[in-house]
Design a protein around this ligand. Structure first.
Ligand SMILES: *Cc1c(COP(=O)(O)O)cnc(C)c1O
Length: 271
């Protein structure tokens, strides 16, 4: 549980991240998260440069995203394809801003994602891979891709079962517009750090095993794991991308159960 005001995490007196409303707020929050990343890297002897911070802007209004951009963010993560597409359309004037779609995709939304996204982190079906590849070919584009794995065993979470990942990876070279970079997971939402850590360990060991027989052109160097509540543990276990929303933008009004149905609010990391 966070202290009433926690200078390390930036929680306010309610144990929530305060809303960032100025460029200065964003600069300070980004610096604070970066300092936590650096500290976590140091604990396990990793180079900070091997961890990419992906700011997650879902549910936040355009004005907040513009402030984040002004504070230096050049890639933003969004969970919902339609919300991401709408924001991309509205913010075409922002120089060098790229979009990462980090949430579940249905085949009928593949067209949207193929049009604008730089990265897609939640690939978990061949039907979606096929739909994306076809649309990307038509657009003359390619897409950085992460394969999502369900490491918590919760039925509510998306992602491949770990045992299905080897066969899935072998099929990916057929989709030449997809540039496969690695694996992504959402850990268990739990205040028990060891149970959370086990999810990250599972993703890393799975990646290490898959890498031994990965087809040519399928990169498995990246591990996207860790969010505001657990990114330090993820870094200790090998994360190369951390997806951080609330610690940068402020707490969300929308409950996370909207994104991951079936979760108990009492298990949210900031509660
Ligand atoms: C919202 C979200 C995050 C970030 O969660 P925070 O608690 O805001 O840090 C990370 N990954 C995915 C897939 C998300 O949807």
């Amino acid at each position: 549980m966070p202290a009433p005001f926690d200078t390390q995490t930036g929680y306010d007196q309610h144990g929530r991240y305060p809303e960032a409303t100025t460029v200065e707020d964003f600069r300070r929050n980004l610096a604070a998260v970066q300092a936590r990343i650096t500290a976590a890297c140091r604990r396990v002897g990793r180079d900070t440069a091997t961890v990419r911070l992906l700011p997650v802007s879902k549910t936040k209004p355009e004005v907040s995203l513009r402030l984040a951009h002004a504070a230096g963010c050049r890639m933003l993560g969004e969970n919902k394809p339609q919300e991401a597409h709408r924001k991309w359309e509205a913010m075409q004037d922002l120089a060098g801003l790229q979009w990462s779609v980090i949430g579940h995709l249905q085949t009928n939304k593949a067209k949207l994602v193929a049009r604008f996204a730089h990265e897609f982190q939640a690939l978990d079906s061949l039907r979606v891979a096929e739909a994306l590849d076809r649309r990307l070919q038509a657009e003359g584009r390619s897409l950085e891709v992460f394969v999502q794995v369900n490491t918590s065993g919760e039925a509510s979470k998306y992602g491949l079962a770990p045992e299905d990942a080897p066969t899935f990876i072998q099929a990916l070279p057929a989709f030449s517009a997809l540039r496969v970079r690695g694996l992504m997971t959402l850990a268990l939402f739990s205040s028990e750090a060891e149970r959370v850590r086990q999810c990250f360990v599972l993703l890393r060991t799975l990646r290490d095993r898959l890498r031994q027989s990965a087809p040519t052109g399928i990169g498995l160097d990246e591990l996207s794991m860790g969010m505001s509540g657990d990114f330090e543990i993820a870094i200790e276990e090998g994360a190369t991308v951390v997806r951080v929303g609330q610690a940068i933008f402020g707490a969300r009004a929308t409950p996370d159960s909207h994104y991951w149905p079936g979760e108990l609010s009492t298990e949210e990391p900031t509660s």
